[in-house]
Design a protein around this ligand. Structure first.
Ligand code: SF4
Ligand code: SF4
Length: 437
């Protein structure tokens, strides 16, 4: 009698594709990586000693804001690692994005040469594909190195150096070195970087716990057909079935798609899933929204509060920021001068820094010093954007009977057009009067 095999009906293809999702996120992150330094979203300008964050130009002495910005970014990475494990590596890391792109490009070139020149010998086709690949990657490496260095050097200045083929100055030499490293990275190193040099994978091992998002293989019914497609698609070269805690796994989800693709045709759901911890639930089940987002215990709640604290601190520090910084100090090398007409003169020094995007003017005036006159070569002081001006002025007052040895008064500065007033408490010194016997 002929044996008739009974087959379960195939399931419809999975509606979710982590591969498609990753490629969309990769494209978004690639564009963000390119745009961030050009639109000053985040950039550390080393030559000018400026830190750019969310469009703000922060001067290196604005320690409070830079502190909150760096702490916020650091905690954002920590919180993301506690919640979602190495999802950053698989979905957003430029190293991963460019490594995968270079592998895909190399394979595509080989296929193109095989199809286009079937008469050529295989080694010749391979050599031709490699030559085109290395040439193209050389050009791409210059472009990527440019985008990377633009995080530390003003992009227009960098472009000028690049066009003049500057390899003499520090900027030019670092550009050439980064280009060479980028080329070697994306031709030879690629994802090996993730498992050998990158510290983030090791850090993740310390931050994860029993509720952190993982990629888990579960096969209680022994349904795995040993097709090994999950192993073949893994660009990190591992078999996720042996353990969900392998340091190489970047939680990309490609093996989930692969297994779904194979087993659904046999009427079975895939055996690999995103789960909350090794023994936790699969993602996407019916749970309250905050648990679906990963807020699953007190530790995560506290981590979010810390992130919120630094986020609020950053917000407050940015909203209190004054674009024009004015400082005034007395010059006490000589306490006072006495003019031939008996008028007393005190000397002061000012510093005005314009950290804003518009030119400004600072008007100086005095309060609570009756009869006194402010003598300044130029008032208001005009200060261009990015400029710091220093200067001096003097205040003169007649030695009337109402004046004391030490007179407390206020210097008021008014910044035009955008800011209000700044007040500086000062003293005006006069000669010590001798008491009459
Ligand atoms: S793809 Fe699925 S069925 Fe195939 S070997 Fe991997 S886990 Fe088993
Ligand atoms: S095991 Fe799966 S999730 Fe981990 S790196 Fe490989 S394909 Fe990606």
């Amino acid at each position: 009698m002929p044996i008739t095999a009974k087959r379960a009906p195939a399931l419809p293809p999975a509606t979710r594709s982590y591969h498609r999702l990753r490629k969309s996120v990769h494209l978004f992150c690639f564009l963000a990586f390119l745009a961030a330094p050009f639109f000053n979203i985040i950039r550390f300008d080393i030559p000018r000693q400026r830190f750019y964050f969310a469009g703000y130009e922060l001067w290196i002495n604005e320690f409070g804001i830079i502190f909150f910005a760096l702490m916020f970014l650091m905690f954002a990475i920590v919180v993301s690692s506690i919640f979602y494990g190495r999802v950053y590596c698989g979905y957003m890391c430029p190293q991963m994005i460019f490594s995968e792109a270079s592998i895909a490009f190399e394979k595509r070139l080989e296929r193109w040469f095989n199809k286009r020149y079937p008469d050529w010998r295989a080694p010749v086709r391979k050599r031709a594909a490699r030559t085109v690949f290395y040439g193209a990657l050389g050009v791409v490496s210059v472009f990527l190195a440019f985008a990377f260095i633009a995080y530390f050097v003003e992009p227009r200045d960098l472009l000028r150096r690049l066009l003049s083929l500057d390899v003499h100055t520090a900027g030019g030499i670092s550009g050439a070195v980064v280009t060479a490293i980028t080329f070697l990275d994306f031709t030879l190193v690629r994802q090996r970087f993730c498992t050998t040099v990158c510290p983030y994978g090791y850090l993740q091992g310390m931050l994860g716990d029993s509720n952190t998002l993982l990629i888990c293989y579960r096969d209680e019914q022994r349904e795995c057909i040993e097709c090994k497609k999950c192993v073949r698609v893994c660009h990190m070269g591992i078999d996720i079935r042996t353990s969900p805690f392998q340091i190489e796994c970047v939680h990309c989800g490609e093996c989930i798609d692969a297994c779904e693709d194979v087993l659904r045709r046999r009427g079975i759901e895939g055996l690999i899933h995103y789960t909350w911890g090794e023994h936790g639930r699969e993602i996407g089940g019916k749970e309250p929204w905050y648990r679906r987002l990963g807020l699953r215990d007190a530790k995560r709640f506290i981590a979010c509060l810390v992130l919120l604290f630094y986020g609020s601190g950053l917000f407050v520090a940015l909203s209190m920021r004054r674009a024009v910084l004015v400082r005034v100090a007395p010059v006490r090398t000589t306490l006072y001068d006495i003019a031939s007409d008996g008028t007393i003169h005190n000397h002061f020094r000012y510093t005005v820094s314009n950290r804003g995007k518009r030119a400004a003017a600072v008007l100086f005036s005095i309060e609570y010093l009756p009869g006194a006159r402010l003598v300044m070569p130029q008032n208001p002081v005009q200060v261009q954007t990015g400029q710091t001006l220093q200067g001096s002025f003097e205040i003169s007052a007649p030695a009337t009977a109402r004046m004391r040895d030490v007179n407390h008064f206020t210097i008021v500065t008014t910044t035009i057009p955008e800011q209000g007033n700044d007040s500086f408490a000062m003293t005006f010194l006069m000669p010590v009067r001798k008491e009459s016997p």
